[in-house]
Write a protein that binds this ligand. Sequence first.
Ligand SMILES: *Cc1c(COP(=O)(O)O)cnc(C)c1O
Length: 406
Amino acid sequence: MIHINPHYYKIQANYLFAEVAQRVKTYKTAHPEADLIRLGIGDVTKALPAVCVEALIRGSREQGCDETFHGYGPDYGYDFLREAIAKVDFQARGCDISPDEIFVSDGAKCDVGNFQEIFDGNIRVGVPDPVYPVYVDTNVMAGRTGAAADGRYQGLVYLVGNEANGFVPGLPSEPVDLVYLCFPNNPTGAVATREQLTAWVEWAKANDALILFDAAYEFFIQDPSIPHSIYEIPGAKEVAVEFRSFSKTAGFTGTRCGYAVVPNECRAFDASGNAVALQPLWKRRQSTKFNGVSYPVQLAAAAVYTPEGQAQCRELIAGYLANAQIVSSHLTAKGYRTTGGTNSPYIWFDTGTDSWAFFDRLLNEAQVVTTPGSGFGNAGAGYIRITAFNSRENVERAMERLDKIL
Ligand SMILES: *Cc1c(COP(=O)(O)O)cnc(C)c1O
């Protein structure tokens, strides 16, 4: 008899975006004329940079000609892309990362979800709360947790972010072997300082642990004192894997490209406590289960690293950051304490009431769609996330409406 993986039964349906969609639909049905403004989902809205479009077209033409056709690509990405990544994203920031430590993929969600596969089923996992749900659900599917109760899975260690710690969780007070960190953070928009990241790296070394560092929003960092990469912290290469994505940097959510950095010296341990290099295991995993990113898309990703590409991405991000500033300043003027919005496209704030009640109020009274913070974990209760991913005009119109009702 064909049996289901029993761990799949434990996964709590993520009602968050389905419930948001349902409430929006109900409102639309009752008010067909309503002009809704969506500041809810974490998807970009602006077109690809022109250099990327040109590269996609060039790559497609090459695929249409026998002389320039590319079949299966190299397992870990084309050298032209791995070299550009190592140079611009790391070496230019003083991080000693070489092209052979870069593993090109179809996005950070897959990588950050897949990476746990190479670890034992019994490791102790620490996840942030509020959290990007992929970190939690992939460990549930892998059988590392018990059942869910009151919004939390037994067996996971929840690292709580709150106003007291500026939404940068402190070090765990119980044993943890693998920890997920995400800065700039989704959903809170918080960033971690050099000192805070140093404390995590030192903790990982002292505890023979590993950090999975999700830097999908790195390009939004404006404050020069905030590290863009975990490898800006001395010693991090031994204890951290970093995930990056072109999704938010260059509008690739529908084009698909990202990469993982697995440094040569990055290690875990075998059952006898001997250090084992992670990179050969990740290579084995990727070459077995993944077949690379299409040639035109890798060309488009490499175009991001040309001077024109960097300028076009900066302009894209500046537009979203200006939106975020508009949202932050309107909320602050109304007396709300906000997190994010300066080095991040997300603005996170305490509504002083129930997340869903406030969501409904913004929907019904201002026709503005947001995301209830409680959907990201127990520590998000009472909060709302607003995203900067919309046009300037729509963000301004949304804020005028909020000004009237708040
Ligand atoms: C958007 C996002 C990513 C990027 O995912 P892709 O699969 O590359 O599109 C990764 N992590 C977080 C926290 C995100 O919000």
